[in-house]
Design a protein around this ligand. Sequence first.
Ligand code: TA6
Length: 278
Amino acid sequence: MLLTDSTSIITRENIQILVIDNKLASAEISLFGGHILSFIPKHDNRQRLWVSQNAVLNGKKAIRGGIPICWPWFGDHKDNQFSAHGYVRDQQWQIISSAETPLGTQVVLQPTSSSGAGFDGDTQLSLSIMVGKDLNIKLSTKNVGETSLRYNCALHTYFAIHDIHNCELTGLEGNYLDKTQNFDSFETPVPYKIGQETDRVHLHKAPNILIKDKDINTQVQSSGHDSIIVWNPWQDKSISMGDMADDSYLTMICVETAITQGQNVAAGETHVLEQVIS
Ligand code: TA6
């Protein structure tokens, strides 16, 4: 196992977790799903990510919370016969490399296979994570086939907040498609507050979003995306989801850096989706 001075492996229920603890931050990454579960910078010791207290850690079901990797599609599959959000968030990933750098600890993970039913691309998928003052996540899709491919993806990040009623987003503009209203198009509200089930695909390459949680701000910088999704299930959906406590919608919000409009990757080329959390 490729470990460094600041990395170790623990087992929690049925999953292996890579624990990173360096002078800048600590983090936990489930090797099941290539799934970041925790990021705590040491300058403020504030947990940035939310994980459900009822998350299933059986190594079969995608973990509720943290940063699920949605690939090679986002949401429902166009043929609707495959599970939502693709097939890599519920498979085992491997550590390809790890290194201590001046900016923090960098690890690269890859899924056991990036081929699967529902997608005919020939790819190499890798996730590069830098755990430092910020959390820098890069999802790279290399086309190792002979023909161009097209895919969607998302870093489906669940952020921890104190109270959804005191939360406001800045940095989004233009129109969004509202999944709770047949994907009809609406204007981004200002101020951007959440007071009901919210499931919005913003067709805006917002490079810099602030999640304002009373007087605490979490910055979300994105690149390589064509959309930002904002999701909060609110109370009824939370109650209906076995891996969410009934009131857990109050302390989380998803701000997801994504490709939802189709990204072409020519043979031999690589596309990188990046999210930086501060
Ligand atoms: O990103 C928002 C969303 O697509 C919602 O529609 C909701 O389905 C959420 O993802 C969670 O999906 P999951 O398959 O993880 O339950």
